[in-house]
Design a protein around this ligand. Sequence first.
Ligand code: G16
Length: 545
Amino acid sequence: MRTRTVTTKPFKDQKPGTSGLRKPVTIFQQSNYLENFIQSIFNSINISETSTLIVGGDGRYYNSQAIQIIIKIAAANSIKRILVGHKGIFSTPAISAAIRYHKAFGGIILSASHNPGGVNGDFGIKYNTEHGGPASEEITNNIFNCTKTINKYKILEAKDINLNYLGSCNLGTTKVEIIDSITPYVELMQQLFDFGRIHTLLASSNFRISIDSLNAVTGPYARTLFETCLGAPRGSVQNDIPLEDFGGKHPDPNLIHASSLVNNLFGLNSPDFGAASDGDGDRNMILGRNFFVTPSDSLAILTANAHLIPGYKDGVKGVARSMPTSQAVDRVAKKLGIECYETPTGWKFFNNLLNADKITLCGEESFGTGSNHIREKDGLWAILFWLNIIAITGKSVENIVYEHWKQYGRNFYSRHDYEEIELSKANDCMNQLRYTVKKIREKTAFNEYKITHADDFSYIDPIDKSISKQQGVRISFASGSRIIFRLSGTGTKGATFRVYLEKYQFDNTKIKLNTQHVLSPLIQLAEEIAHIKSFTELDKPTIIT
Ligand code: G16
């Protein structure tokens, strides 16, 4: 087999965002586009003699073609061993676990997460490092710098590998193994959770679950976990075959895009528990019968109940949440006497804290929750965590949440997204906000709200002291309320402007009120501060979660 060196020219738009490089699939299909980015990854890292790389994706359109190209470029770059998920399928959490288990130097994950797939959908590439987590900003900046000057890449001239059969073959001096990506992940979950208790719960006719894999990667994992191992009746896992276009849907586990699950849980004779995961399996949404758990509350509740779970029975060392995530978990941390870290949006910011053993659990408002078992958020892990709590306490989702609010108070929380707006207008809006925030700081109050803090969030990593600036404009009020504004780093069409709203309520007689109603004064205030309608040219948010 011959290694070919191909002359190429840089593309200007290969800067990774919040989570890897995400673009419409047609962009990735341009000649040399994918090749340039993959070669730039290899150009920016040291590859050792005994290097192992894990490769796989969420099964979306272009997954298999991209894997074939990546294998051949990796082989031409002297990577000794490549482990690829069977049929090219590997959930993001399972890749993170595999990197750690096989002591690989890294992994390449092919996914645009919750973004739609298919011929006209999105594609994405994420590079994860030896600890199993997303590459740090320093590494992604290095990769980006390489993409700006790349003029050649190396690729092995070889036939495509059959990804449908488990086994191994040699490509030049590289060994390529097609591996089962599901069993090791299930075994990891068995080490953390009480499968016996969950099995008793799920096999009983008194408790019904509905798990929606949204035609995405978690289907085969969820079927094995919930139906085969944990005794839930066949059909408890729906949309369980990964499809290249996710069945034409948006594989985003929220109240809008997981609508059939939501209708099921909010209907007559609904199941006791519902959950969904996203395209690549790292996000989760938790529902009870007629009840939605916000991701921020979920993190707080998992932290408060972690001592009930075998894998966390020795306690939680510390917790972390992304800055826009509600402060519900801060209250639990305070009670437990542990540290609560506030990081910028992006799972990569948790990884130094996890690697330094400062935190056990972490999570984000964007439907991500996880722990130190891997270095990615983990949708199925969160679902198992909830089921384990229910199996032990015998309480419904709703009661678990209400009891939590009664004890800690409730952080009413919502995110309003304005999608596909003009990038220049979104940037103008953020620049204006940065200016406004300086002015706000000089005030003590805005309308009747007493201001305690206002800034454009800047983060100093407690471990490596790296600084990440301009991570979102935040305004905090004396009552514990907050308004946060930032631009998404994961969209692929125009810009998405996000407004995060939070109001704390300790009065037990008021904790069951409607969220949007409670937040309406803050929603008005956000408009007054940011002039959202005029900048976005939208009358209302496109998505409210
Ligand atoms: C990614 C990141 C998350 C982040 C989310 C939303 O998730 O891994 O840490 O919270 O994007 O980011 P943004 O608000 O910038 O759009 P995923 O599930 O898309 O990989």
